[in-house]
Design a protein around this ligand. Structure first.
Ligand code: 13P
Length: 253
């Protein structure tokens, strides 16, 4: 059975002290609740706070993920962080192909595929983001766009490796805009992504892959989104920066 996952993407926010406070608040909140055994909480802070987050996580309350990784193995690539480095910090996840990286740093499907390979080679689970921009949705092209991203970023993998992937559907028009996809809109794309996976890898494999929704997800709308059959949780931006809001989503299943 696939996991339910709520992952917080802090993006480029918070100072060291603020990050420390948020992790502290999050721990006290998580200590109060008993989460279902099939639910996983992941925190993805900026690189400098990964070690601090791992110390807090303590193997129990949440897992830690990075927000980006290099497509290169190692060497003279100033400013890059390799999958081997992330592995040596003992973290388990890494976001890849976020729309902000696609839009501002020219990340292509081929680059996403290379980063996915790096992560898998170093025993990290990639959280691979896909999603259409507003003009594409308005032109009715959302399925075509998502198909291209899923195929280009992931379909070089074999069935054994595809099972290690988490997919996040994040319609770009819903990110940070306060405009959430309706449960019907999100469910349609999630079911479509699962059908693509089923056609390529078989239904059993497709049914095991967690597909998260991201885009202005908050405590007030998480419940109805997570109630959809193909929505297995959320990738949370803004609301992951406040422990109470994040917990409101973590406890929405
Ligand atoms: P918001 O939750 O702030 O809309 O961001 C979503 C996101 O991009 C998570 O990766």
């Amino acid at each position: 059975m696939r996991k339910h996952i709520v992952a917080g993407n802090w993006k480029m926010n918070l100072t060291f002290t603020e990050a420390d406070e948020l992790l502290d608040d999050l721990m006290s909140e998580l200590e109060k609740v008993e989460l279902p055994r099939d639910e996983k909480v992941i925190v993805c802070p900026p690189f400098p706070y990964i070690e601090m987050a791992s110390d807090y996580a303590n193997d129990s309350y949440f897992a830690v993920g990075a927000q980006n990784v290099s497509d290169k193995d190692k060497g003279a690539y100033t400013g890059e962080v390799s999958a081997a480095m992330l592995e040596s910090c003992e973290i388990d996840y890494c976001i890849v192909g976020h729309s902000e990286r696609r839009a501002y740093y020219g990340e292509t499907d081929a680059l996403v595929a290379a980063k996915v390979d790096q992560l898998l080679a170093h025993n990290l689970s990639p959280i691979v983001c896909v999603g259409e921009v507003l003009e594409e949705r308005e032109a009715g092209r959302q399925l075509e766009v998502v198909k291209k991203q899923v195929e280009g970023g992931l379909f070089h993998l074999d069935a054994e490796n595809i099972k290690k992937i988490v997919i996040a559907y994040e319609p770009v028009w819903a990110i940070g805009t306060g405009k959430t996809a309706t449960p019907e809109q999100a469910q349609e794309i999630h079911a479509y992504i699962r059908s693509l996976l089923a056609a390529k890898y078989g239904k059993e494999v497709a049914d095991d892959i967690s597909i998260l929704y991201g885009g202005s997800c908050k405590p007030s709308n998480a419940k109805e989104l997570f109630a959809c059959p193909d929505i297995d949780g959320g990738l949370i931006g803004g609301a992951s920066l406040k422990a109470k809001d994040f917990m409101g989503i973590v406890t929405a299943f």
